[in-house]
Design a protein around this ligand. Structure first.
Ligand code: E4P
Length: 218
């Protein structure tokens, strides 16, 4: 399973990259705004900076909601770097644009997926990734992981090459459950990745090994 970090914070991206397990980055307009990145020139420069840190795919979201706007914005974003994946909302104009991009060798991430039917349409249009938002589904007392299972089954039935990019991750158990189901990618805040490192028995065991070593080397 690939690990993407879900942030526009360059320090976090650098830290995730330094762990040696980072496969890519996802951003969205809210994450860019959180870092204070506004204005087209600054946004484009920020994407370039992210691409300079990581070696994998970097999702950059369009703001337009009409076919022509999505296509021209996406083509401009794709020119920033080969790593850019154009993130397109799950709307009918977005599906048309994903089809266009797939015919023009531009990678896409269909975002705001909340149902298996939406994922199926995006895969048929040729999306590189679909992003089901599991945390937001859980937030409304529904079952985000169930959606990942349904999409996995459908994509496997028809051998779709579109990758399931589980998004809106709320904690380390979401990551483990996505891995059990067979999600291709998870995109997550760095703190959830770091939580996977921790186990009290590791801390106790390491302390004992070091104490025993130091006893023998006094
Ligand atoms: C990533 O592609 C999504 O935009 C992101 O995971 C959404 O997360 P949120 O539901 O925590 O805003």
């Amino acid at each position: 399973m690939k690990f993407f970090v879900d942030t526009a914070n360059l320090k976090e991206i650098e830290e995730a990259h330094s762990l040696g397990i980072l496969d890519g980055v996802t951003t969205n307009p809210s994450l860019m705004a959180k870092e204070g990145i506004t204005g087209k020139a600054n946004i484009i420069k920020h994407y370039k900076d992210i691409c300079d840190i990581v070696s994998g795919d970097v999702s950059a979201e369009v703001i337009s909601t009409d076919f022509g706007g999505i296509v021209s914005e996406g083509e401009e974003l794709a020119k920033i770097d080969d790593k850019i994946v154009v993130k397109v909302p799950m709307i009918s104009e977005g599906i048309k644009a994903i089809k266009y991009f797939s015919q023009n060798s531009i990678k896409t991430n269909c975002t705001l997926i909340f149902s298996a039917g939406q994922a199926l349409l995006a895969a048929k249009a040729g999306a590189t990734y679909v992003s089901p938002f599991i945390g937001r589904i859980d937030d409304i007392s529904s079952n985000g992981l169930q959606l990942i299972s349904e999409i996995r089954l459908i994509f496997d039935n028809y051998n779709y090459k579109t990758e399931i990019l589980s998004a809106s991750i709320r904690g380390p158990m979401h990551i483990i459950d996505c891995a059990k189901i067979g999600s291709d990618v998870v995109t997550t805040p760095l703190k959830s990745i770091k939580s996977l490192l921790n186990h009290p028995l590791t801390d106790i065991g390491l302390k004992k090994f070091l104490d025993d070593y130091n006893k023998g080397n006094k």
